[in-house]
Design a protein around this ligand. Structure first.
Ligand SMILES: Nc1ncnc2c1ncn2[C@@H]1O[C@H](COP(=O)(O)OP(=O)(O)OP(=O)(O)O)[C@@H](O)[C@H]1O
Length: 526
């Protein structure tokens, strides 16, 4: 099932704080101005037993790092779909070769449909793969480690249940008894379904079109009567979430390295017109060499334009409206239901860095309303612990600005570009003013060779700060036993066909989902 944003959010009046829920987590993190608080109780909790925990890091809610809870993404379609399904929903166009030399695949579902390619010939089927063990659980089904029966190659197979996509309730659905106008309710349901379909196809389409060392690769997709399958590159080092749970917090050098790799992937996505929208430690995997790989593009959005970043006029970007993401990492403008741009991903990066350094994201709470109220109340922004370096504090402050106009516009101030011969000067920002210094020049990245990173060479030739221990790829040792001990039989057996026509007027709504990467692409990664 999909977890929808609270109805409370929908009804919420931000001016009305009377019924605000009380904070569950201690918020007394220490910044430069409040050292004098009673830090003893907090600064030396049971976290001190953990190897990499900063001695001054703080246990939250009495819980050590091992109490970290996995967070689920939410989707709530508040506004009608901006892009009609028959227009550019599938189309990600662009040159065969990206500016940084990385190749993109050329086939799109639209190409397949228009050229009448037989989907069955194009791809594989469930019986080509033997299940090994469960790696994770998503909203619509499990992710299973599988072995190609012909080649013995390993893949991560993400399964999505068609029935869940077709009948999964959204907030709009659950509200329908309150709807006075039946036809309006029907429209809303149609919108909910279209949105879910759009997102399902978006994940397959985006992944089949992009190639980046810090983004998971898609090799095949296909579907049968009951499920959709994405055959992804198996990333054996497990979730950053898993490693964070083990370590508690990470040191600044490690965090800066991951920040650079994630930024590199986000920047790449933005230049290709994709907003990621679900950055969190659960969606960041570590590969064998300890490099970070983004997975789960189920909430990503491809803009109607090919790029979210207008190089000529970087302020002129497409705006989005869906309230979507994981609340603890969501930009305030999304939680508030305002129009937003790709800049929301940079706020989420701020939350992720904060989580790695502190042990929890800047604002936590039982529901979205609590989180947004905390953001609203904290006029000065989140409390940044005093023990962090000045450089790291500066980075967090710049990314975690709740007003988008004050937040660092990282895409605009990414780096000196070759096409733009008038480089943006790396100026020292004044407090409260718009930051115009270059992101890649920031002090925390002083050890990063951006040229090597952006060309993919760094990822090929070096090891990351945490190199996962892998004795046997099939053991999936870096994944939670909660998942690896799960049975996959019922998820792997031929599932009963669903009666699609009972939930939809069109039986062809998954047509065009199948995909096979080119032979050279497959060879390159095995
Ligand atoms: N390519 C991969 N290699 C290894 N493990 C993977 C891979 N893709 C996903 N996983 C594991 O499966 C988990 C769930 O996958 P994913 O996040 O894509 O599903 P989801 O349905 O979108 O989840 P959610 O609803 O929580 O957003 C991941 O957190 C990760 O642990």
């Amino acid at each position: 099932m999909i977890f929808s944003l609270d109805e409370e959010l929908h009804r919420m009046s931000l001016d009305d704080r009377k019924d605000e829920m009380r904070i569950n987590y201690p918020t007394a993190l220490y910044d430069d101005n409040n050292h004098d608080h009673d830090s003893s109780a907090i600064a030396y909790g049971d976290d001190t037993n953990h190897l990499s925990v900063h001695p001054k890091s703080i246990p939250f809610n009495g819980a050590g790092p091992n109490h970290k809870m996995r967070r689920r993404s939410s989707a709530y379609s508040k506004f009608p779909i901006l892009t009609p399904p028959h227009t550019r929903r599938f189309s990600i166009t662009g040159s065969e070769c990206t500016p940084n030399g990385l190749h993109r695949l050329s086939i799109t579902p639209q190409d397949m449909i228009s050229s009448n390619i037989n989907e069955n010939e194009l791809s594989r089927n469930l019986h080509d793969f033997k299940p090994v063990r469960v790696l994770g659980q998503g909203a619509y089904g499990k992710v299973i480690l599988v072995k190609d029966t012909n080649t013995s190659k390993l893949y991560a197979m993400k399964q999505l249940q068609k029935a869940e996509i077709l009948i999964s309730p959204t907030v709009t659905d659950s509200n329908k008894e309150n709807e006075e106008n039946n036809s309006a309710a029907n429209n809303d349901n149609d919108n909910g379904l279209s949105k879910r379909l759009e997102r399902t196809f978006a994940e397959r389409s985006i992944l089949s079109e992009i190639e980046h060392p810090n983004i998971v690769k898609l090799f095949y997709s296909f579907h049968d009567n009951a499920k959709l399958y994405l055959l992804l590159q198996y990333i054996p080092g497990g979730e950053l979430f898993y490693h964070l749970k083990e370590h508690g917090t990470l040191d600044e050098t490690t965090v800066s390295f991951y920040a650079a790799e994630i930024s590199c992937a986000l920047r790449f996505l933005h230049t290709k017109g994709v907003v990621y929208r679900d950055l969190k430690p659960e969606n960041c995997l570590l590969n064998q060499n300890g490099h970070l790989v983004l997975t789960d593009f189920g909430l990503s959005k491809k803009s109607a334009n090919d790029s979210m970043v207008n190089e000529e006029d970087p302020e002129n970007v497409n705006t989005l409206h869906s309230i979507i993401g994981t609340p603890e990492y969501c930009a305030p403008e999304i939680l508030l239901g305002q129009a937003y741009t790709q800049n929301c991903d940079w706020y989420s990066l701020g939350c992720l860095l904060y989580d790695m350094l502190v042990g929890k994201p800047p604002y936590t709470g039982n529901n979205h309303k609590v989180i947004i109220n905390k953001i609203q109340q904290n006029k000065q922004g989140p409390k940044i612990p005093f023990y962090l370096s000045e450089g790291m504090k500066d980075m967090l402050n710049a990314l975690l600005k709740k007003e988008t106009s004050k937040r660092w516009n990282v895409d605009k101030y990414w780096a000196k570009t070759e096409t733009n011969n008038k480089p943006v000067k790396s100026k020292k920002k004044k407090s409260g003013s718009i930051r115009t210094s270059l992101f890649t020049d920031h002090f925390i990245f002083r050890k990063i060779d951006w040229k090597l990173l952006e060309s993919g060479q760094l990822q090929k030739t070096t090891l990351g700060p945490i190199v996962p221990i892998i004795t046997d790829l099939e053991l999936a040792e870096n994944f939670d036993t909660e998942f690896t001990s799960m049975s996959y039989e019922e998820n792997y057996a031929d599932s009963k066909p669903i009666n699609i026509s009972s939930v939809s007027k069109s039986p062809d709504m998954f047509k065009g989902f199948s995909y096979k990467a080119s032979g050279s692409y497959l060879e390159k990664y095995f």
